[in-house]
Design a protein around this ligand. Structure first.
Ligand code: BES
Ligand code: ZN
Ligand code: ZN
Length: 461
């Protein structure tokens, strides 16, 4: 085992080496704190084990350091790339510095519009030493900003972010960028027969919407469609959820946030890709106008779906997005959604599940292993097709069986995947929220922005 014990300095202001890498920082308020360099040294990092020689460890470390320095109101800090390389000899130095900057900025992320006492201080990051450049810091910052954008969208409350306001928030966020944005209102949805979105959105005071965003960094590359579930609040509808605090259901547009974050990242880094984001937006509410269990939706592609359960609404609106991806002749389609509680039972809260094209899902896993959006391939088992049989429609959006619910949801979506496209479905329900630690803050994770952007770049190579 490579147990490198690096005590970087023992200067005057060095507090003292602590056993846990979680508590290696202490700085007097207002100090200019130099980090990992030899003057007024303040941070000690000891022993990065071989198994921790990963980009994620660099990001987590940077996040912890940055949050602690920020809390101590330190103005600026400098990371020494030579030392970083010593700590992480297995990692390419460019990647390490980028990861450090990414973790740094995300570690200091806070969502505070509704905290009366604002206590936010951002510690600026500089770099010194061999191989440390401002360009690498900037690259990491761009990745962090895109992820933070997803987090902001996810964390926002439903009275501020809902189907009436969400499209405008996206228009504003992408104004002045290379991303073109088209917003479809209810009338346009009717003209385009987006009947899943229209049906699920019926119970809300906010009319549903559909947002299409295009970024053409290179027209010669295959068109990749990213479809994100944008349920700004999921009460379950008439099949009402009950018995617990539903506040976290404001994150049910996590898929939409992931797609929007990916577009930010791709456009800000001028990626040579050809990508379209498709975002159906609804609020799932119970009302006398709401869709009633047992109703049937007729989709634009001719399929009829029995709405067995109005709480299985994500798949109903994603179906319209998948149909649209076919109209645009996308070659690759990735949908992403906080789709099923069952995926949390299967994989816990550290991983998303990936369904669809088998080879591509292993590539997706590898991308997540590197960039921190961890995921694992899941099977789409044909034997469960019978679970969504309907007595009087082509099929049902749910099943009376409780088992295999995430797979069943994937099978439902597969029926809407256009022919001859390579398709993946990412169920990120488990990765919706996180506890504070490393570069994560309590609440929304911003999962998927980096995953979808890196996937898009990889398949466009
Ligand atoms: N948004 C939920 C899934 C979810 C649950 C996300 C918990 C994050 C945490 C989704 O719309 C839903 O309600 N799914 C149902 C499907 C069922 C009715 C077939 C579920 O998972 O229970
Ligand atoms: Zn639901
Ligand atoms: Zn939902």
């Amino acid at each position: 085992m490579n147990q490198k014990a690096t005590i970087l300095n023992e200067g005057d202001k060095l507090i003292q080496e602590k056993a846990s890498v979680k508590q290696y920082v202490e700085c007097a308020a207002g100090d200019f704190c130099t980090l990992l360099i030899d003057e007024a040294f303040t941070v000690v990092v000891k022993g990065i084990k071989e198994k921790d020689q990963t980009g994620e460890k660099v990001r987590m470390l940077a996040g912890d350091i940055a949050r602690t320095l920020g809390k101590n109101k330190v103005e600026a800090a400098t990371v020494n790339a030579t030392v970083l390389q010593e700590l992480f000899p297995e990692i390419n130095i460019d990647k390490a510095v980028t990861a450090f900057a990414e973790g740094w900025h995300l570690g200091q992320y806070q969502f505070s519009p509704y905290k009366s006492e604002k206590n936010h201080h951002h510690t600026v990051l500089h770099v010194t030493g061999d191989g440390g450049t401002d360009t690498l810091l900037e690259k990491g910052k761009i990745r962090a900003e895109a992820t933070a954008f997803s987090r902001d969208l996810m964390n926002e409350i439903p009275s501020a972010l809902n189907p009436s306001t969400f499209p405008g928030v996206l228009e504003e966020a992408f104004s002045g960028t290379d991303v073109q944005i088209n917003v479809w209102d209810k009338k346009m949805l009717e003209q385009n027969e987006m009947n899943g979105v229209l049906t699920v959105g019926r119970g809300s005071i906010h009319e549903p919407a559909f947002v299409e965003m295009t970024y053409r960094g290179d027209d010669t590359k295959p068109l990749i469609a990213l479809v994100g579930k944008g349920v700004t609040f999921d009460t379950g509808g008439i099949s009402l959820k009950k018995g617990r605090d539903l506040s976290s259901m404001r994150h049910d547009m996590g898929g939409a946030a992931a797609v929007a974050g990916a577009m930010k990242l791709l456009s800000a880094s001028k990626a040579k890709v050809n990508v379209v984001a498709l975002i159906p937006i609804v609020e799932n509410m119970p009302d006398s106008k709401s869709v009633i269990p047992g109703d049937v939706i007729r989709y634009k592609n001719g399929l009829h779906v029995q709405v067995g359960n109005t709480d299985a609404e994500g798949r109903l609106i994603l179906a319209d997005g998948l149909i649209r991806a076919g109209e645009l002749q996308a070659e690759y389609v990735v949908d992403i959604a906080t789709l099923t509680g069952a995926i949390i039972g299967a994989l816990g809260t550290k991983l998303a599940g990936v369904f669809g094209d088998e080879q591509l899902s292993w590539e997706m896993k590898q991308i997540g292993d590197e960039n921190g959006d961890f995921n694992w391939p899941m099977p789409l088992v044909d034997a469960y097709e019978s679970y969504i049989a309907s007595d009087y429609a082509d099929f049902n959006n749910t099943t009376s069986k409780v088992e295999g619910a995430s797979i069943v949801a994937g099978l439902f979506l597969r029926r809407f995947v256009p022919e001859n496209v390579k398709w993946l479905h990412v169920d990120m329900a488990g990765r919706m929220r996180s506890e504070e630690g490393g570069y994560y803050a309590t609440s929304a994770t911003g999962f998927g922005a980096r995953l979808l952007a890196d996937f898009t770049e990889k398949v466009s190579k």
